[in-house]
Ligand binder design. Structure first.
Ligand SMILES: [Zn+2]
Length: 361
């Protein structure tokens, strides 16, 4: 499907997998490329950050971000310039570490929107220039390479990276359940609200790439209008701007500067009555929604990313409150704060290449 695989793409030595991959994190304002190495690094080689990755065999192998570079997306300049820019970025991150582009095991693209598994087109995105395009095919044609290049929804990439390399490893250490036997849901509480589902070490895409689009599940029937054309979608209540709007709607013109999400949590700590009420309502909505997701999938854990996930107050009492909103309440579900951080999209995209092409099995 994604090009002919050759055994030359990776080397197996004493049971260790050694391979280079590139993960792209494509956003509305920036595009970042990371050169990633899976395996034991030579002592003298430098790297930016490291992570651990559990293979389906249960073995844990090290991974490294060797180099990364970020440029502006410049949506106004159109789609073709974006593909040109990504091709250049791929060459630059390889050249920086003296890695031959054609020796890569693959490239993964974390895309802000669902990717139809059949047509391979981006079907919806807040970055409109991507819609209707097959990014991985166009990038492969531009680079003239034969190794696999894949596109995957960014929330799925986040969920996969956190399951295989982050929260899932913590859960494995706590319970002995390996990542390829875990069911997890990753949620991004940021400028939007999105999610990804991972079952048995694989991201679930669904029939049209729409699985895990939890932001547009209804939280309040007939509630706040959503840009998707419906009303009461969870994103309208659980993303950062929704929290800000909830507070700002209640302070009218009493203060000159309207507080952002981080400031709202500072006001909460200072016992500001409106912030207390708004955060309490937010937590109640979140617990209700996670309870609904638990009834549907009964995951081993949730892992939260995005700006709001950095606020410790979000987690206080959350497991108990989710239990109050589920059918099987007696066992509290685990909730993790993200472990991988900003690199999760790109690392997750690179791991999708491994998963879809069975390179690590
Ligand atoms: Zn919606």
């Amino acid at each position: 499907m994604y090009g002919k695989l050759q055994s030359l793409f990776f080397t197996v030595s004493d049971g260790d997998v050694l391979m280079h991959l590139i993960g792209f994190d494509i956003g509305g304002t920036k595009v970042e490329a990371m050169l990633i190495f899976i395996g034991k690094l030579k002592k003298e080689e430098s790297f930016i950050s490291s992570f651990e990755f559990q293979k389906s065999s249960g073995d844990i192998v090290p991974g490294y971000v060797l180099y990364k570079k970020r440029v502006a997306t410049e949506r106004h300049n159109g789609y073709v310039q974006l593909i040109d820019k990504m091709a250049l970025l791929a060459k630059e991150v390889c050249a920086e570490k003296n890695v031959d582009l054609h020796s890569l095991s693959g490239i993964g693209l974390s895309v802000p929107g669902p990717v139809d598994p059949k047509s391979e087109l981006v079907t919806s995105s807040n970055t409109m220039i991507l819609v209707g395009h097959n990014l991985h095919q166009d990038l492969r044609d531009k680079l003239k390479v034969t190794f696999p290049i894949i596109s995957e929804n960014d929330a799925n990439c986040f969920a996969l990276a956190e399951t295989l390399c982050g929260a899932g490893l913590d859960y494995f250490k706590k319970t002995g359940i390996p990542v390829n036997k875990q069911v997890s849901i990753g949620l991004i509480l940021g400028s939007g609200f999105g999610g990804g589902i991972v079952v048995n070490g694989k991201a679930v895409t669904g029939r049209r790439g729409g699985a895990g689009e939890v932001g547009h599940m209804t939280l309040y029937p007939g509630g706040s209008p959503c840009y998707c054309g419906r009303a009461g979608c969870a994103e309208q209540y659980l993303c950062g701007p929704a929290l800000e709007a909830a507070l700002n709607n209640r302070i009218y013109s009493q203060i000159e500067k309207r507080p952002g999400a981080a400031e709202i949590f500072e006001l909460y700590e200072a016992q500001d009555p409106i912030a207390l009420a708004v955060v309490k309502r937010y937590k109640s909505d979140l617990a209700f929604f996670l309870g609904t997701l638990t009834c549907m999938l009964d995951p081993h854990y949730f892992v939260l990313g995005g700006g709001l996930s950095l606020q410790d107050v979000i987690y206080e009492g959350l497991e108990k409150k989710i239990g109050e909103n589920t059918y099987l309440p007696e066992q509290a579900i685990s909730i993790y704060k993200h472990k991988i951080g900003d690199s999760a999209g790109a690392i997750g995209a690179a791991l999708v290449v491994l998963e879809q092409n069975n390179l690590h099995f």
